[in-house]
Design a protein around this ligand. Structure first.
Ligand SMILES: [Zn+2]
Length: 365
């Protein structure tokens, strides 16, 4: 490989090349999603699904310690160095050549790895482990990104989970789960449904749609702003706003996406009807946006999946940017009503929606 010969020409010795696993075709969008070195000296990686990885080892020369590096398809968002502790001196994320991300783990000069015992193991379609074979070394946890499959990979947002499909394992999101996007590059209009004289649906226990969706929307706005996204809300408080001014505000703001947040209702005599539905109107980008939000919610909270569908709601029909309307659940449903009345549940919903929007922006822009 060109990288190896260049290093060899510079007078360094390649002592061993590690195992190469997963002989699948390389996808253009594949890349390193997250890495972590845990306290037991195991490097854990999450990548795009089904990619090839090359891992290498270079023995230290007394001045510099042993190095292990792994090359991933796709350029890094930004090259960087992270200072290590204990046995690890430094971790670097670089770009040796265009279109390649290189993760380098450099050890302290006095740390000796047993190169023959190094092996990078694929443990899942998108997860890898590499144990650093070194005696009496101290490791301190460090890493970047979210290792647990907390948001869909680059190819997932356009793919809706089939309605009625069994629930996935659920996750707990924190603000650390919010994916990185370029600061200052994006604008979003959030539309909390109803408000003021229009309470929207009123469900079990008297929970009002306008209150639930305003609380969730405000939290989504806060999360997006924390990532440097410019957010406009169609209403900030409990005020009456008609549909045409909402669409006009969105069109004037020229956002990258418009997301309207609602909760559903059916007869109070139908408590068995529960579930999440997300809508778009006629646009492929709108469908991608809807799917990204929908799937993120389904991965986070228990919710019957009622699917991503096309619909003619005014605010998604009369806005001229990618637009989606999410119905968080049924306020008249026995399961959903209890969830939607719970502030902790609403916090998770807001984080899940923010993750879905950020993932959409990440891939769109
Ligand atoms: Zn509504």
């Amino acid at each position: 490989m060109p990288e190896r010969s260049r290093l060899a020409a510079a007078g360094l010795t390649i002592s061993a090349a590690l195992l190469l696993l997963a002989a699948q075709p390389v996808k253009a969008f594949s890349r390193l999603a997250a890495w972590r070195i845990n306290g037991e000296g195991v490097l854990e990686l999450r990548t795009s699904p089904n990619i090839n990885l090359d891992a290498f080892y270079l023995e230290g020369d007394g001045q510099r310690g042993d190095r292990v590096w792994i090359d991933f398809p796709g350029s890094p968002q930004r090259p960087r160095k992270i200072r290590g502790r204990g046995a690890v001196r430094e971790v670097r994320v670089g770009m040796p050549v265009r279109g390649v991300t290189r993760l380098v783990i450099e050890f302290q000069p006095d740390t000796q790895l047993d190169a023959k015992a190094l092996s990078l193991v694929g443990v899942d379609w998108d997860s890898w482990r590499l144990r650093f074979p070194v005696e009496e070394a101290r490791f301190f946890p460090m890493g970047e990104g979210v290792l647990e499959r907390e948001f869909p990979g680059p190819l997932s947002p356009g793919t809706a989970v089939a309605p009625g499909q069994a629930r996935r394992p659920l996750r707990t999101l924190t603000t650390a789960s919010l994916p990185w996007v370029r600061r200052g590059a994006f604008r979003i209009v959030l539309d909390p449904g109803h408000g003021g004289r229009d309470p929207g649906a009123i469900g079990i226990g008297g929970t009002r749609e306008k209150d639930v969706v305003l609380d969730v929307s405000r939290q989504v706005a806060q999360h997006l702003r924390s990532k440097g996204v410019h957010v406009v809300l169609t209403r900030e408080g409990d005020v009456t706003v008609d549909l045409p001014p909402r669409a006009r505000l969105a069109n004037r703001s020229r956002p990258d996406a418009f997301v309207s947040i609602h909760a559903n209702a059916i007869s109070m005599r139908r408590p068995e009807v529960n579930g999440l539905e997300t809508f778009y109107f006629q646009s492929f980008q709108g469908k991608k946006l809807a799917s990204s939000i929908h799937n993120s919610i389904l991965r986070t909270v228990s919710r019957k999946n009622r699917g991503v569908r096309e619909a003619r709601f005014y605010v998604i029909r009369r806005t001229n940017m990618p637009a989606s309307l999410v119905e968080l659940g049924f306020l008249t449903g026995r399961l959903d009503a209890a969830d939607l009345a719970d502030p902790a549940h609403r916090r998770q919903l807001a984080l899940a929606i923010a993750v879905g929007i950020l993932n959409y922006l990440r891939l769109a822009g």
